[in-house]
Every structure is written in structure tokens, then in C-alpha cells.
Design a protein around this ligand. Structure first.
Ligand SMILES: *[C@@H]1O[C@H](CO)[C@@H](O)[C@H](O)[C@H]1NC(C)=O
Ligand SMILES: *[C@@H]1O[C@H](CO)[C@@H](O)[C@H](O)[C@H]1NC(C)=O
Ligand SMILES: *[C@@H]1O[C@H](CO)[C@@H](O)[C@H](O)[C@H]1NC(C)=O
Ligand SMILES: *[C@@H]1O[C@H](CO)[C@@H](O)[C@H](O)[C@H]1NC(C)=O
Length: 426
């Protein structure tokens, strides 16, 4: 759905068109125009801070969304849902929304998102009350929730969170850069949604290093920024300046049981001039930070892939910090660490040695052999197919390593991936 700010509702600006490029060609899309004039509806209206609304991922105190694929979930009665987006909403943000487990709808103020003709609206099972879910797809953009409306006489209900949660901490690779729907086509989203009955938070932003220094215009690295609500975008600088809100881990809806880190592709780029020592120190501190905030979480360190190159008459995968990442995992599993485990509080240079010994909690996920050279697009990121491959393997790794069963029952995960051949004998 293409969102326009309230000013569009008031008719001050022309409708902007949302375009998805596919191999350089414009993909045919048919997003419904959901903008309405609220004065012609009889709504029951809820404020953005209503307890019935569950915000997924990171949203700030102004109810502005950050990072990749943040979401909003609530139950509702009746067959109408509209949302008024606040003035801090980025023009032309693409969001996906759906009711229950039906397919994602993308459309393009107050937007009437659910109507009597929305797929699934008349079905009362197995999801009851019917749920509404929205996800911001563009990592660079965000929405601000101002009001949520249902028909007069109807109501919202709070949907309790699922019992399992995964969090990704990453860069452009995890945030879905250069995939069709960005956040909603990323491997991180694919793992989170694909596990089924799982909350997922994708704290990832393109170009960011783990090392706390400027990388591709991001002023801070994840070893610092992960502790904050907003990402390192220009949008965040505009709204929060030099004083972003610390993320309140205590108020987070759920605590992740698994945290997956994919960081280093930007540190590894000579343009960012990060020393190997700085990278390793920052990576270790990020893990210590995760351990401090989520003492029971298992951490997965992802092997980096740096793209492919032609090697004689075939292809090879480029790797980055290959030995360093293995050494980091070994370090956390060593007796030396486990006998004096430490946490990092993210705001000073201090690490604190924990009183209680830790159990091993850091795991290595090898990405070798999952993608092939044509699963990486011209701008060095997984294609939609590449993202699906990574998500599938990582999901299976989580199942085999931690015993998390796959419980999704068939509702759509990746949108617009239905490629098929219905001819024969050609
Ligand atoms: C929401 O915010 C309004 C005003 O900012 C306040 O009056 C109200 O009590 C808040 N509601 C909840 C549920 O926090
Ligand atoms: C839901 O039921 C109403 C009333 O029968 C009908 O007009 C509408 O088309 C139905 N919606 C869907 C998605 O089937
Ligand atoms: C990169 O870092 C090294 C060591 O800190 C420094 O000597 C060098 O000037 C830096 N190069 C650039 C381009 O910043
Ligand atoms: C953290 O390290 C930086 C750079 O080494 C230093 O300037 C700063 O004073 C240190 N802060 C604390 C709280 O130790």
C-alpha cells in the first residue's frame, strides 16, 4: 500500500505512484487506492497508544516505525479498519497488510484498509476474532500511527504475542535491500514469519557496520545503535537529531529466544577502513550486549557471503572475516569466557563480569553452498530467490539446533513469488 500523509487526505498533493522494478523493468502492480475522506464515515476511533494495539519491532514514543519490517497487529470486529497515518509518515512508503492469514495486500491520511471485500473478512475460523496485521516494507521509510478506526459499534481487541521470538541484528542483507518488497522479501522476515507463531524483530539497516564508526553514511555502528529505538537513517536524524531514544528492552513486547547476527560485510569493505581488531572487539561487545539484555537468548553468528566471482571456468564464493567469526564463536564457548562471562551495557566502554556462570549460547551458521552466483543481484544482494534459500536453510537450522518446530499452516510468507509453468509438451 502506498501511503500518503494526511496532507494527501486533505487534497494538498497529487497521488504518487509506487513502482517496483524487476530486472530493470517496471513490475505491473495494482495497488488499491485506499485513501478516504474520513468525514463521510461513521467510525469508532482509537488513539495510537490504545492498549489493544500491539507494535512489533521498534517504534518510538511518537509511534513512528524504525528499522526493517516493523509491524502493527490487533483484533477487530466488524468488517472495516482504517488507519490515519501521522505527519511523520514518509510519503510513498509501501506497507503490506492483511487480515488473518490471507495474502498480503499492498495499496497506495486515513486509509480504509479493510472493507467487506477484503479476502478473508467473512470467515470466522480458525482465527477469531479476525486479526489485522500491517508491516512496513521499505527499510528507508516509516509510518507514524495516529489513529485506528473501526465501524461505529465495533471494537478492537488486543492479540497476545506468540510465545517464540527471533531477532535479527544486521545490515542491508538482513533488511532486504534490493529484493522486491525489501523488508517483506528479506531472509530475516522469511525466517521470522516462516517459523510460524513467532514474533520477529529485524533490527537491521543498510550500510551499517558492527564497529561503532561511520560506514556508508551511517554515523554509528550496531554495537551502539542496537541499544536505540531508531535506526541510522537520515529520517532518524531529522526526527531525533543527536538524541535518539534509548530502546527500552524492559517494555519490549517479548524477549527473543534466538538472536541472529549478520554483520561485517560493511566493516570488511576497504572504503570504511575498519581494522580487523576493531571489528572483532565490536562484534564481541554486541554479543555481550545481547547476552546482557536477553540472558537466556541463543545467538547465531552467520558466516558472511561477499558475493561470487568467476574462478577459471566456474564460480567461487567470497568470504569475509572467515576465521575471525569462527574464533568469536570459539571464544564464547571457551572455558575462559564461560568461567567469567561478561556483558556490555552499550553506553560506556565497560563490560561487567557476571556472577553466575553462563552456559554456551553462541552458535555458528555456515552459509556455504546455500546460494549460487545467480542468487546475488547486480548490486551484490540476494535476489528474492536467494533470500528464500537463505531463509529456508536458516529456518531448518533453527529447527534442528533448538527444536523449534515449523508450525506455519500455509498462509503466505513471500508475496509475488508464485512462478509456475502450466503448459506441457512445449
Ligand atoms: C494515550 O495518550 C493520551 C494523550 O496523549 C492519554 O490521555 C491517554 O491516557 C493515553 N492512553 C493510554 C492507554 O495510555
Ligand atoms: C462478504 O459478505 C458480503 C455480504 O454477503 C459480500 O458482499 C462480500 O462480497 C463478502 N466478501 C468476501 C471477501 O467474500
Ligand atoms: C584508515 O585507518 C588507518 C589506521 O587508523 C589510518 O592511518 C588511515 O589514515 C585511515 N585511512 C582513511 C582513508 O581514513
Ligand atoms: C570510552 O572510550 C573512548 C575512546 O577510547 C573514551 O574517549 C571515553 O572516555 C571512554 N568512556 C568511558 C566511559 O570509559
Amino acid at each position: 500500500m502506498l501511503l500518503e500523509k494526511l496532507s494527501y487526505l486533505l487534497g494538498l498533493c497529487a497521488l504518487a505512484a509506487g513502482t517496483i522494478l524487476q530486472n530493470g523493468q517496471v513490475r505491473t502492480t495494482n495497488y488499491p487506492d485506499t485513501r478516504i475522506d474520513i468525514s463521510s464515515y461513521d467510525f469508532r476511533t482509537y488513539d495510537a497508544n490504545a492498549t489493544e494495539l500491539s507494535y512489533k519491532g521498534r517504534w518510538d514514543s511518537k509511534k513512528v516505525s524504525w528499522w526493517s519490517a516493523p509491524g502493527l497487529v490487533f483484533g477487530f470486529t466488524g468488517n472495516t479498519v482504517a488507519i490515519t497515518f501521522g505527519e511523520l509518515t514518509t510519503d510513498t512508503t509501501l506497507v503490506g497488510y492483511r487480515v488473518g492469514g490471507m495474502d498480503w495486500i499492498f495499496a497506495g491520511a486515513t486509509h480504509l484498509l479493510v472493507t467487506p471485500s477484503t479476502p478473508g473478512i467473512n470467515e470466522t475460523y480458525p482465527i477469531n476474532p479476525l486479526t489485522f496485521e500491517l508491516r512496513v516494507t521499505n527499510w528507508a521509510y516509516g509510518v507514524q500511527i495516529d489513529k485506528v478506526h473501526v465501524a461505529a459499534g465495533e471494537s478492537l481487541t488486543r492479540i497476545p504475542p506468540y510465545g517464540r521470538t527471533v531477532e535479527f541484528i544486521g545490515d542491508s542483507l538482513s533488511s532486504g535491500m534490493y529484493t522486491s518488497y525489501e523488508g517483506l522479501s528479506s531472509f530475516a522476515y522469511g525466517v521470522g514469519a516462516g517459523l510460524g507463531d513467532t514474533e520477529y524483530y529485524v533490527t537491521a539497516y543498510p550500510g551499517i557496520c558492527v564497529s561503532d564508526q561511520e560506514c556508508w553514511g551511517n554515523r554509528r555502528g550496531q554495537v551502539h545503535q542496537w541499544f536505540y529505538t531508531s535506526d541510522t537513517s537520515g529520517r532518524a536524524a531529522e526526527i531525533w537529531g543527536d538524541d535518539p531514544e534509548p530502546w527500552d528492552f524492559q517494555k519490549q513486547e517479548t524477549t527473543p529466544g534466538i538472536v541472529i547476527i549478520n554483520l561485517g560485510t560493511n566493516d570488511n569493505n576497504a572504503a570504511n577502513n575498519v581494522s580487523t581488531e576493531t571489528y572483532v572487539d565490536a562484534y564481541k561487545n554486541l554479543i555481550r550486549g545481547v547476552h546482557g539484555k536477553y540472558p537466556k537468548a541463543q545467538v547465531i553468528v552467520m558466516q558472511l557471503w561477499m558475493g561470487f566471482y568467476q574462478y577459471g571456468n566456474t564460480y567461487q564464493q567470497n568470504l569475509g572475516y572467515e576465521q575471525e567469526l569462527k574464533d568469536i564463536v570459539s571464544y564464547f564457548n571457551s572455558d575462559a569466557y564461560l568461567s567469567a562471562p561478561s556483558i556490555w551495557d552499550g553506553t560506556t566502554n565497560m563490560t561487567t563480569v557476571l556472577d553466575a556462570p553462563s552456559e554456551p549460547f553462541v552458535h555458528y551458521f555456515s552459509t556455504k553452498g546455500i546460494m549460487q552466483h545467480n542468487d546475488i543481484g547486480p548490486l551484490w544482494h540476494p535476489t528474492d530467490v536467494g533470500a528464500i534459500k537463505v531463509a529456508s536453510h536458516l529456518t531448518q537450522f533453527i529447527k534442528l539446533t533448538f527444536g523449534w518446530d515449523l508450525v506455519a499452516t500455509g498462509s503466505e510468507i513471500f508475496h509475488d513469488t508464485l512462478y509456475w509453468n502450466d503448459q506441457q509438451n512445449y
